[in-house]
Design a binder for this molecule. Structure first.
Ligand SMILES: C[S@@+](CC[C@H](N)C(=O)[O-])C[C@H]1O[C@@H](n2cnc3c(N)ncnc32)[C@H](O)[C@@H]1O
Length: 263
């Protein structure tokens, strides 16, 4: 189980997760068969309930280690009038769900949070029927880029990435390591697709949405970054100013990696 999770499960974090799906757009091309039984590991607040909607003759099970996320996902399921989704409070590495019970598995932005993602991938194998399909999506945090005039913000963002995932607290390289991770766990036919998110200053609203989003990710640990000496309070204040400024030449680039694999 993840020992440290910088984002928590507050109401504001749950709302951020729901907005993130639209902002990143990385799940738009993912489709499951209408009759599939699909499990999502690390389902969070139910941002991926679009999966349950695709399963007109199938069913969805969401697993999360935090009760707050499970409660939020259940509320969202009710609000959306979805009748084929259920949830399980469990560590994704040890779900207690029946082996081979699923045609497909989805896991997004979860492996980066694990000191060792291998047990989750092994559990994914166990849950899928032979020939079942696993879809894993992870953000390439260390590759995140924005410029010009965002030097302090970049420094703070990368300090946060190190604070949250570095020195064995998580797996900052999870996105880049998806291929060996899945192959070594015995998955077959592993394919990788990059999803490159670009926002430029000519779409100021989009840039503002991204900058707000990064600051929401940084906020829970901003004081700790200063206390740990990873950034100065001056750099933090400068980063906050930079997050408020969108000029026409702004370039923001963030990459997610999607791996599709067969059990
Ligand atoms: C960044 S959120 C992503 C949520 C969701 N997958 C999405 O795309 O919006 C990560 C989620 O994984 C959950 N999580 C982290 N480690 C976990 C573990 N070992 N087992 C189950 N859930 C875990 C967290 O509680 C959180 O809800």
């Amino acid at each position: 189980m993840t020992k440290f999770y910088s984002l928590g499960d507050s109401e504001s974090e749950q709302k951020r997760l729901l907005r993130q799906i639209d902002l990143y757009g990385d799940t738009r091309g993912v489709a499951f068969g209408a009759a599939n039984r699909v499990v999502e590991l690390g389902c969070g607040a139910g941002a991926n309930l679009w999966i349950a909607r695709q399963l007109s003759e199938g069913s969805y099970v969401g697993v999360d280690v935090r009760q707050g996320q499970i409660d939020a996902a259940r509320r969202r399921t009710r609000d959306l009038g979805i009748g084929n989704a259920e949830f399980q409070l469990a560590d994704a590495a040890e779900t207690g769900l029946k082996a081979g019970d699923f045609d497909a598995l989805f896991c997004r932005c979860v492996l980066i949070h694990q000191p060792d993602p291998r047990p989750i991938v092994t559990e994914a194998q166990r849950l899928l029927r032979p020939g079942g399909r696993g879809v894993f999506i992870e953000p390439d945090g260390p590759n995140h880029y924005m410029a010009p005039g965002k030097e302090a913000l970049m420094k703070v963002f990368h300090a946060r990435t190190h604070y949250a995932y570095g020195d064995g607290r998580g797996s900052p390289g999870a996105a880049r390591n998806l291929y060996p991770l899945l192959v070594n766990a015995g998955f077959k036919d592993v394919t990788l697709t990059p999803h490159v998110i670009v926002a430029t200053g000519d779409d100021a609203d989009c840039c503002r949405a991204f900058l707000r989003h990064w600051m929401e990710i940084i906020a829970p640990v901003a004081d700790a970054l200063v206390a740990e000496g990873l950034i100065t309070s001056r750099e933090l204040k400068q980063a906050l100013r930079e997050a408020e400024t969108v000029k026409p030449d702004l370039f923001i680039c963030h990459t997610m990696w999607q791996a599709d694999a067969t059990r």
